[in-house]
Design a protein around this ligand. Sequence first.
Ligand SMILES: C[S@@+](CC[C@H](N)C(=O)[O-])C[C@H]1O[C@@H](n2cnc3c(N)ncnc32)[C@H](O)[C@@H]1O
Length: 579
Amino acid sequence: MTYLEAYITDLTLDFFLENQNSLLDFAEINTLIKKASGINNFFTSQKEATELLNELKTNSSIVSEPDRREYGDFQTNEDLAFQVAKYSFNKCEDIEFVLEPTCGKGNFILASLGKFETLKKVVGVEIYLPYVWKTKFGILKYFLENRNYSNPEIDIIHGNAFEFDYVELAKSTKHLKTLIIGNPPWVTNSELGSINSKNLPIKSNFKKHNGLEAITGKGNFDIGEYISFTMLKCFENHNGLFSFLIKNSVVKNLIQDQKRNRFRLSQLEKLNIDSKTEFNVSVNACLFITYLNKEPDFTCKVFDFYSREYITTFGWYKNKFVNSVEDYDKSSIVDGKSIFTWRSGVKHDCSKIMELERGNGHFVNALGEEINLENNLVYGLLKSSDLKKDKINTYRKLTIITQSKIGQDTTYIKDKFPLTYQYLYAHKDIFKKRKSSIYKEKPDFSIFGIGDYSFTKYKVAISGFYKSTHFTLVSPKDSKPIMLDDTCYFIGFDKLELAEIAHYLLNFDLVQRFLKSIIFSDSKRSINKDILMRIDFEKAFECSDFKSAKARINNLKIEHWEEFGELIKQCVDEQMILF
Ligand SMILES: C[S@@+](CC[C@H](N)C(=O)[O-])C[C@H]1O[C@@H](n2cnc3c(N)ncnc32)[C@H](O)[C@@H]1O
């Protein structure tokens, strides 16, 4: 049968049926349960005991599953909880205290019971009452099946992890060898904001972001990160282990903040799990495990959870936060400041009207309208998905470039290109609906991400959308430069040979290794302007040579190589004057 959604097995049911009369006095039944399993205050009121008694009589189940999105509820399956617990025990045998701060149905607590003869105390906290019951009944069943096991003192508390006094708990358990184990909620504060949930910590700025960072999104955090942070802060001086299933992004943030927090964590490990199989979600997640109360470490080794195969080590190295210490070690020479300014492509937020294809001698927009336009303002357009090739000089889509620099007056279109103007004007309402404030009080049909650089003939481009670090050489079609959209980054050249050398240097092993060492491919938009602006072309050029470049670039002449060298020198000199 089920009681408050907690499934009660026959053995447990028999126990309650045998002790039915004790349910009339919750103190009496609590004493019996404490004796059988170690659980303190199994029933917190007479009302609860009486409810179970009534349930036993009617033997019916109650309560349906509500929407649990705000609780980031992904219960760990028994097998995974068992594997995590086993891995943790192998690292730290004589655990005396197990804490699970958001224990759910209690699978980690159950996996921990009976593993340590030394176990003296167990605490689980959970906000959802049916899970509290599920955990309590699960523990009771466990001890009823294993009556010869000595039972620790157990508190399964129906409470809010954000209000629970972990500081006090840490004080009273300081002398106990501790295992903090579990799987905190998988939900971010902004997701909670969008569903008006109050399941948030009171002090949300635990990462100490300034006001601007909080506004620009750096203030967004995972609830799991807050709970992990709280555990590490309260228990860093306990001897023992911290062992949590969390999103990869949370581990990355914890290690990044470790430089400031300097928590007493050591031998940090991240073991990647398959969350699709384990939790049926497409989020990269892992087991994050670390010893407590040791000299602080600032890097974390990464393994595959199932095969234990070593993958990489990431974290703080040579004062930089890197994704691979090994790769960074071999490529840090090119970690500097790019002499070329990386730009993102054209932004218009009006693809229905501004993106065209060719068909039957006309242009066709995304609304399916066939249009006649002058060719002058129409340019080929490449998107991130078009940048898969090494070199490209064709395109599928076209776009209308209404301005050659940001804010330029667009009234000239009416006189010079009447067909284009008529088309744009006919759809002016769609332009007016653009939500972004950047278009407010700007000339009609304004675009962004535009400047002299957009019209350079040759571009070396990369997608900011995908994870590939390969760069594509974009050449003009019919001597007209091809544009990139705002999901791409590029540097531009007017001379093919110079673009070819930049393309070669960027795809050359050293720069590729450097990019892989600093890019966290789990993160959203992991390839961005900040990353690209770190590529030191001067060093990349010094580390390469004409012979190797010539082997990769058709008809490369020494004078082009030297010209590139001169260009770099000139840019470096200009930078020196500026700073
Ligand atoms: C990802 S689930 C994991 C549950 C359990 N630790 C496991 O591994 O199976 C997160 C749990 O946190 C609970 N939870 C969410 N917000 C909470 C809060 N503020 N206080 C305590 N528990 C909370 C949810 O109800 C859910 O059971």
